[in-house]
Design a protein around this ligand. Sequence first.
Ligand SMILES: O=P(O)(O)OC[C@H]1O[C@H](OP(=O)(O)OP(=O)(O)O)[C@H](O)[C@@H]1O
Ligand SMILES: Nc1nc2[nH]cnc2c(=O)[nH]1
Length: 177
Amino acid sequence: MEIQVLDKTFVPFISAERIQNRLEEIATQIERDMQGDIPVFIGVLNGSFMVFSDLIKKYKGDCEMSFVKMASYIGTQSSNQVNQLLGLDIDVTDRTVVIIEDIVDTGNTLVALKKLFDQQRPKQVKICTLCLKPEAYKKDIPLDYVAFEIENKFIVGYGMDYDKFGRNIPEIYQIKE
Ligand SMILES: O=P(O)(O)OC[C@H]1O[C@H](OP(=O)(O)OP(=O)(O)O)[C@H](O)[C@@H]1O
Ligand SMILES: Nc1nc2[nH]cnc2c(=O)[nH]1
């Protein structure tokens, strides 16, 4: 069923069930990769709040967590300028950091995040994203955990907004063109 968010129409794209199944697999993969390390999960607000919450509930090992807040998108377009709105409140020196994103698109946000974390000399920084748009992503930062590779079209729901609306939709919708 199509939905309307503000002036745009969206069609169903990734169901809540598919999201949960992939997050289960990724949580298991991260646990296996940690090899005794206690990771610090970092959620990138606002968009990652749902994926962060669901993923961390599926992670069985010990972990710490915190959030940073970055913003680059205006409407359906990347602004090419990433602003840090809320900084890091945890010392990640010598720690394994797992950054959790809802989506990697141009990668501009990721570059800003990587810079922010590398300043603190962590042991390693792993990147986890629910969605990746491979056609749009032209940066060379490797992505460690990708739940869904998607085409280069705007999506909404499951934490992701269109002009501040639609974040509360429990599954992902794609723009109808
Ligand atoms: O790879 P990029 O082109 O940088 O796009 C990805 C970023 O865009 C969205 O955030 P946004 O800036 O819209 O802020 P939000 O999380 O508050 O929605 C999303 O949550 C990612 O952080
Ligand atoms: N809501 C939303 N935010 C994004 N940020 C980068 N790409 C997207 C997208 O497709 N949808």
